[in-house]
Design a protein around this ligand. Sequence first.
Ligand code: IPM
Ligand code: MG
Length: 360
Amino acid sequence: MSRKVLRIAGDGIGAEIMAEAIKSLDVVNERFQLGLTYDDALMGGAAIDATGVPLPDETLEKARAADAILFGAIGGPKWDQLDRAIRPEKGLLKLRSELDLFGNLRPAILYPQLADASSLKPEVVAGLDILIVRELTGGIYFGEPRGIRTLENGEREGFNTDRYRESEIRRIGRQAFELAQRRNRKLCSVDKANVLDVTVLWREVMDELAKEYPDVELSHMYVDNAAMQLVRAPKQFDVIVTGNLFGDILSDEAAMLTGSIGMLPSASLNSKGQGMYEPCHGSAPDIAGQGKANPLAMLLSAAMMLRYSLDAAPAADAIEAAIGKVLDQGLRTPDIYTDGTRLVTTAEMGDAVAEALRGS
Ligand code: IPM
Ligand code: MG
């Protein structure tokens, strides 16, 4: 089978963490005879510097032709003053939208070795394994009309529109129900149906779908309560399904439960099984180039890519097991460092995972 991977390193720490993921991918490529081939493309600030736009046509074409996209991170202060239409983030949003990557899977799993690195008490987070399913190509991120206008009295007004069509809610709902079927069969749909009409419809469609999945227990929760419950008693959740904006916020919150956002991978899938895989953290310009970035979210994203888009689950298992082994050995980048563990650089962490893979 063809296994064409497009690498988009992006900005900030993107290139450093990509390099570490490739070390391990090279090992599994050889060991499992995967026949992975790589191509590279520009996006975000790097693309703006080289071509003037955050998502060049060439990158979009390469992305369409790839089986999977491995993506680092984009953005940084250097491009913050640019016109909103060509900011680095626009490139990422356009790519998500053009490839119709509507289903964003963000698993928050606490490695037992990192229980002390979480800001929550170990007993609150021990054994945590939740999956946030975020709708990624609709809602207020993309809704029109949007903009900043000047009113008749000269005052400026900013506005966005939160809208979801029934079909958009149904397809992300189906994906979440199906994922819940393969886990603990509990799905919590998060909305703000006490205030927002768009999420009244969201709730109705989820209830309709629930009839088709009688083996899954569906519950509903308002987003403000969900934000609180995630830090009060996160283990009550199995799968959470929610819209684009709430999913963005709740997934950052869930990341901290696992000790560090540097541990949270993600997969963004379309209905053809094509996917983009990226760590949930950003480009972290403040630590770029210093060897301080945690490459594990990127490595975990590469493992998700092998599992969901490249039909290579054994290779994904091997990478995840190697990460467990390296954490057992006590290696820690600064974001997950605690007393008694060993502080390592980005490259040392990446080397150790690749080495553990070779030895397994
Ligand atoms: C994420 C990021 C992006 C988002 C930004 C970089 C546009 O925060 O993937 O969570 O808001 O979706
Ligand atoms: Mg985010």
